[in-house]
Design a protein around this ligand. Structure first.
Ligand code: ASP
Length: 336
């Protein structure tokens, strides 16, 4: 049903692309934005359509839930589960490989209404890491579980466990070979994330990743580090990042955006641009971006790479999808 709806939407997008940036209205009842990572190569039109279709499908899933009154947390989790199950993205099925040729996954979720958060890192056998992160938040006194402990916990909660090979795809095998042969750098590739404002005015963010392709020695990136790749505060914004995680950790990117809003009174867009362009850029090498939604339902999608796969929707009917840099392609359900 959802897929059918989406298949109808994709050609409409291509026909009705208009070149105005997303407007910044006063207040949205609900708003949602997703990313499918920065830097993933789009080799041809067919691939572009595939990415756009899945990003739109994720947005449609979230929009339907929000319209029905679902909580920001439930929506962020469900949308990230959908993206984890899609082999195109570097999260869950389709995750990149470590240098040893296995998959080690990280995920985090945060509730902006109460600062509760859950995160896991370095897991090898949990089918949907974001569900485990949610359970860490809801069902333990902890925030962050790693490796075997996280897997043991997931199993005890009845989550679906899989063999590490489940996450693999031909594309990731080939990518690792290219990295080993020094034909490709270990760039950020296709992490997924979602930031949501719900009808109750609550904000939530969720992010999930396989990390950086060819990563070594149990490396953990920014995604599960609360405040670096994932953060939510009802008074400021919900933020999910994608990029070279080492830089994101060192600049505490997601929290810094929230703090600039809280302490300096910056808008979400100003704070996001300040962090990505004036703090990450000067360090060199920190390619990536953020998606975020503030308490009024304003959306920001700021990145310093050529691409960041992204899609968004708001309660006023505006929605859009975009992969490359440039002006956002928007569409409004209510005016067509
Ligand atoms: N931020 C992720 C990491 O460093 C990678 C990505 O966003 O693609 O693990």
């Amino acid at each position: 049903m959802r897929r059918k709806n989406l298949l109808l939407l994709v050609p409409i997008f291509l026909l009705f692309a208009c070149s105005t940036p997303p407007s910044q209205p006063t207040e949205m009842e609900w708003a949602i934005v997703v990313h499918g990572g920065a830097g993933s190569l789009v080799k041809n039109e067919e691939m572009k359509t595939q990415y756009e279709t899945h990003l739109l499908e994720a947005i449609q899933l979230g929009s339907d839930m929000l319209q029905d009154g679902a909580s920001a947390l439930d929506v962020a989790e469900a949308v990230v589960v959908y993206m984890e199950d899609c082999p195109l993205f570097n999260a869950g099925k389709g995750a990149v490989k470590t240098l040893e040729g296995i998959h080690e996954l990280d995920a985090a979720i945060m509730d902006g209404s109460n600062f509760k958060a859950g995160a896991i890192a370095g897991v090898k056998d949990i089918k949907n890491p974001i569900q485990c992160a949610r359970l860490v938040m809801d069902s333990t006194e902890h925030v962050f579980l790693i490796g075997e402990g996280a897997s043991f916990f997931a199993q005890s909660q009845g989550l679906e466990m899989v063999d590490n090979a489940y996450f693999n795809t031909e594309q990731r095998e080939e990518q690792l070979e290219r990295i080993k042969n020094e034909e490709e750098d270990a760039n950020p590739r296709g992490t997924v994330g979602c930031a949501v404002k719900d009808k109750q005015g609550n904000l939530a963010a969720a992010t999930s990743t396989g990390g950086m392709s060819g990563k070594k020695w149990g490396r953990v990136g920014d995604v599960p580090v609360i405040g670096a790749g994932t953060y939510a505060n009802n008074n400021t914004a919900a933020i999910s990042g994608t990029g070279h995680g080492e830089y994101w950790i060192r600049r505490v990117v997601a929290y810094d955006i929230s703090a600039l809003m809280e302490y300096k009174g910056m808008s979400l867009q100003e704070a996001s641009e300040e962090v990505i362009f004036n703090k990450i850029d000067p360090m060199g090498g920190g390619g990536g971006g953020i998606i975020a939604v503030d308490k009024l339902g304003n959306i920001s999608m700021v990145f310093n790479t050529d691409l960041m796969h992204r899609a968004w929707a708001k309660s006023d009917g505006e929605y859009g999808v975009r992969l490359a840099k440039g002006e956002e392609k928007t569409f409004n359900k209510n005016s067509n």
